[in-house]
Each structure stands twice: as structure tokens, then as C-alpha cells.
Design a protein around this ligand. Structure first.
Ligand SMILES: C[S@@+](CC[C@H](N)C(=O)[O-])C[C@H]1O[C@@H](n2cnc3c(N)ncnc32)[C@H](O)[C@@H]1O
Length: 439
């Protein structure tokens, strides 16, 4: 559906989404590792999905249904699609892209995904600033300054990078010195500060000194940073525009008050931990249905195995009342075609397992027991992929709700032109939306 453009429509939208989430919260209630500790995988809806081949399963989030399925399942898929917001897509023209000096383009410093993101956003920002006579850009969470060097190289914009990590600013300055033309170096300055409730005043005072027409931008501003940036924007009279791409909605602390403060519209608060928990925030920034559409059978087996392996380990640990103490990096990147025996060998190498008396359990015993534990669950790989496909159905809706929360917040302050625009290709860069607003 189109983005609601007034508070009344927003209210109706929130009501509809909340109703759907109340019925389907079991889909995102548990963390992936806890999936075997609840009844989640026993849902009879998964029986219908298990009869699909992977090609059909890939199309589920795009509205694929079978007439003989239960009404509730069919309505879920339809409602997820209908309630997912449809965004205007920025018509990036490959042939008329902003001209970037080869030096700044240097692939040495950029992944293909990052390059895609900065080209698209820089192109949008330059045109937006030209159209609105903006001469200064405040880049919040500027990181290593990738987009800033691009903006400087292809426009006369002045940039202020605001970044909490001082070592990133140091690296950004080194890269500026080696990649930018000397006469452009004066066009960028940095403010090393962490933007948060307590420092908004400080950043506000710093930005206030500039007289020129300004625009706040941000590429992949993690959860809190997006919220604090919106608050800062509302404070700054002279900064008339905002182009902000949020990401990592779940990177708030996993507690009720942190989750509440990452939400801006009070309507969503009463439902907080029940409907909007950390797994929901994580789901909102998972892979998109555009990416799911191209999953091969091999990729499904690999994904299903990775999820199942972690869940089986968790189930075993719960059953035995053991605790894992991480001895090395805990995260196992399951290689393709990895089998269970290999997985548990790596896992046991990375963790010390303690029993109820806090004694280390012999790893040979653990290995034997875990080998015996697997056969009970190994048939669940496809079922996990069916369950994941339901989550993918909900992904764009979850992201829509969080986006609507932010847009509605700006609408409450009677800002003009509040919108969310798709800047990057979601199949390449899943967090593809920019909040755009002007005063
Ligand atoms: C995901 S990175 C994006 C970096 C850069 N915009 C880019 O796209 O390459 C987010 C950046 O924001 C910075 N950051 C996170 N929270 C911040 C805060 N509250 N205030 C200032 N910077 C912050 C991080 O240190 C990190 O460099």
C-alpha cells in the first residue's frame, strides 16, 4: 500500500498492522537458536508449505498461495503484501551518474555493495542539494567517509562528518589526504562525538555556527542513531532537509526501555515487548523477499542446516542444563556441505561446556552425546526453510512498520514532504530506504 500521508491514515495503518502481529507473533517470538524449545515448528501451516518445492517457496513472500490452503494462511500472505509499504524508487540513471574521479572510485577501499550504496545515495544527495540550494551537508555516522569523498569530488558541497569512533575519523582523514584533490581538502571537517540524548545539545551548538542552508544525511545509521538524528533535525532551524538511510533496527540493547526508545510513536508502546521485541527488530533488517526469490536449493539446505545446527545445540544444552563458555569466536560460519559431526567438532573447540556445578564437561562425552542427539531433528531442515519463508513474508511488513513509525513522528511536527524513497537496489543492498523530509 501507499505510504499513509497524514496522521489519521497512519493511525489506521498502525491498527491494521498491530492486529496482524497479534495473530502471528509466534513467527518471531523466539530467537532462531530457541526454535526447538517451543511449539513453533509444530504449526500445521508448515505442513502445507512443506509440500511446496523450493521454487514455489521462494515466491511465497511475493504472494504465492494455493487455493486449498487454510484461509488464515492465505490471508496472512495477502495481508503481509498489502500492508507492506510501496515506496517511490529513485530513478537512478546509470548513464548520467555523477562524475567520480578514478582515484576516489578506487575499488581497493570498497566492496561492490558499498560502492553501489554510495553511488546511489551520493547521486540522490547531489541532485537534492542542487534543487534545494543546499551548500552544506552534515553526515551523521560518517564512518570512513566513503560517501563524503564522493560528494566532495563531484560537487561544491561542504561536509561536516559526525562520528563517534575517533579511530574511524583518523582513517577517514588519511583517506581524504590520499584520495581527494588538495584544493578540496578544506571542504570537509569532522566532529568526533557520539550523538545521543545527552550530546544532542553539543552537536546542535556545533551545527548552529554554520550560516548556510544545510541538509543532514546518513548512510546506514544504526537504530539509535536514526532516532537521535531525527530528534536533532527537528531542533535545528537552519537545517531544512534530511536524507537518512536507517539500518540495523535491532542494534539497541535487548531490554524493554531500549526498545521503547527506539520507537517514536506512543501507539506502539503498550504492545512493546509482546509485539515489538528484539527478534521483530532483527527481522525488519533481515534479507528481503527480493533476495529470497533467487535462493537455490543448495542455498536453502545450507541455510536450513545452519539454523537447525544452532537450535539443536541449544536444545541439547537446555536438556542437560549445561552452559557454554565461549573460548574463541563463537560464531561458526557453516561451510557449504558441512555435516553435523564436523559442525559439533568446531563448536566444541570454541566453547567450554559447564555443568550445573560449574565443572567443565569432557568434550569426548559431549561429542558422543551430540552425535546421538542429531538424528531426532535432522529431518527438520526443509521445515525450517518453510518457517523462514513465513518470516520473509513478514520482513517487509516489519520494516514498513518501523519506517511508518519514523515518518509519522516527522508528520506530527508538521514537516513538509515527509517520504521514504528507495535509493538502492534491495537485491544488492537490503537496507535500501531513505527517510526524506524538509521543513
Ligand atoms: C553502519 S556504519 C555506517 C558508516 C558510514 N555512514 C558508511 O555508510 O560507510 C555506522 C557508523 O555510525 C557510527 N555511529 C554509531 N552510533 C553513533 C552515534 N550515536 N553518534 C555518532 N556516530 C555513531 C559508527 O561508529 C559507524 O561508523
Amino acid at each position: 500500500m501507499k505510504i499513509p500521508n497524514n496522521l489519521l491514515e497512519m493511525d489506521v495503518y498502525f491498527d491494521k498492522v498491530i492486529k496482524l502481529l497479534e495473530e502471528w507473533q509466534w513467527i518471531y517470538e523466539d530467537r532462531a537458536t530457541d526454535i526447538l524449545l517451543s511449539d513453533t515448528l509444530n504449526s500445521h501451516f508448515l505442513d502445507f508449505l512443506e509440500r511446496l518445492d523450493y521454487n514455489e517457496l521462494n515466491q511465497l513472500p511475493n504472494g504465492f498461495i494455493k487455493e486449498e490452503w487454510p484461509e488464515k494462511l492465505k490471508n496472512f500472505i495477502k495481508d503481509c503484501n498489502e500492508l507492506s509499504l510501496i515506496y517511490e524508487t529513485y530513478p537512478y540513471d546509470e548513464t548520467s551518474q555523477i562524475k567520480i574521479p578514478t582515484k576516489v572510485k578506487s575499488k581497493k577501499y570498497l566492496s561492490a555493495k558499498k560502492e553501489h550504496e554510495i553511488y546511489r545515495l551520493a547521486d540522490y544527495v547531489v541532485k537534492y542539494c542542487n534543487d534545494n540550494n543546499i551548500t552544506r551537508v552534515y553526515d551523521i555516522g560518517s564512518g570512513l567517509g566513503y560517501i563524503d569523498r564522493l560528494l566532495i569530488s563531484c560537487s561544491d558541497l561542504s561536509i561536516v562528518g559526525i562520528e563517534s569512533d575517533k579511530s574511524k575519523i583518523e582513517t577517514a582523514i588519511k583517506l581524504d589526504n590520499s584520495l581527494l584533490e588538495k584544493d578540496k581538502l578544506g571542504n570537509i571537517t569532522y566532529l568526533g562525538v557520539r550523538l545521543e540524548t545527552f550530546t544532542i545539545e553539543k552537536v546542535f551548538r556545533h551545527i548552529k555556527q554554520y550560516e548556510d542552508n544545510g541538509c543532514i544525511i546518513g548512510l546506514h545509521a544504526c537504530a539509535d542513531l536514526t532516532v537521535d538524528t531525527l530528534k536533532l533535525f527537528l531542533l535545528l532551524e537552519k537545517v531544512k532537509s534530511l536524507v537518512l538511510m536507517p539500518c540495523c533496527y535491532h542494534k539497541v540493547q535487548d531490554n524493554e526501555s531500549a526498545i521503547i526508545s527506539s520507537l517514536l510513536i506512543s501507539k506502539l508502546y503498550p504492545n512493546k515487548m509482546k509485539l515489538i521485541n528484539s527478534t521483530f527488530l532483527r527481522l525488519a533488517c533481515e534479507s528481503t523477499k527480493e533476495r529470497w526469490l533467487t535462493q537455490t536449493e543448495h542455498a536453502h539446505n545450507y541455510h536450513g542446516f545452519s539454523v537447525l545446527a544452532r537450535a539443536v545445540v541449544q536444545s541439547y544444552m537446555n536438556y542437560k542444563n549445561y552452559k557454554a563458555k565461549r573460548s574463541k569466536n563463537n560464531c561458526i560460519t557453516a561451510q557449504h556441505n558441512m555435516q553435523w559431526p564436523q559442525y559439533i567438532k568446531i563448536w566444541l573447540k570454541r566453547n567450554d561446556i559447564l555443568n550445573e556445578l560449574n565443572e567443565v564437561v569432557n568434550s569426548d562425552t559431549l561429542e558422543t552425546e551430540l552425535l546421538e542427539y542429531w538424528p531426532k531433528y535432522k529431518h527438520l531442515i526443509k521445515r525450517i526453510e518453510c518457517f523462514t519463508s513465513l518470516q520473509v513474508c513478514l520482513q517487509s511488513l516489519a520494516e514498513s512498520l518501523l519506517m511508518a513509525d519514523k515518518l509519522c513522528y516527522l508528520l506530527q511536527y508538521a514537516l513538509k514532504n515527509v517520504n521514504a524513497i528507495r535509493i538502492t537496489d534491495p537485491a544488492i543492498s537490503p537496507r535500501s530506504l531513505a527517510i526524506v523530509a524538509s521543513k
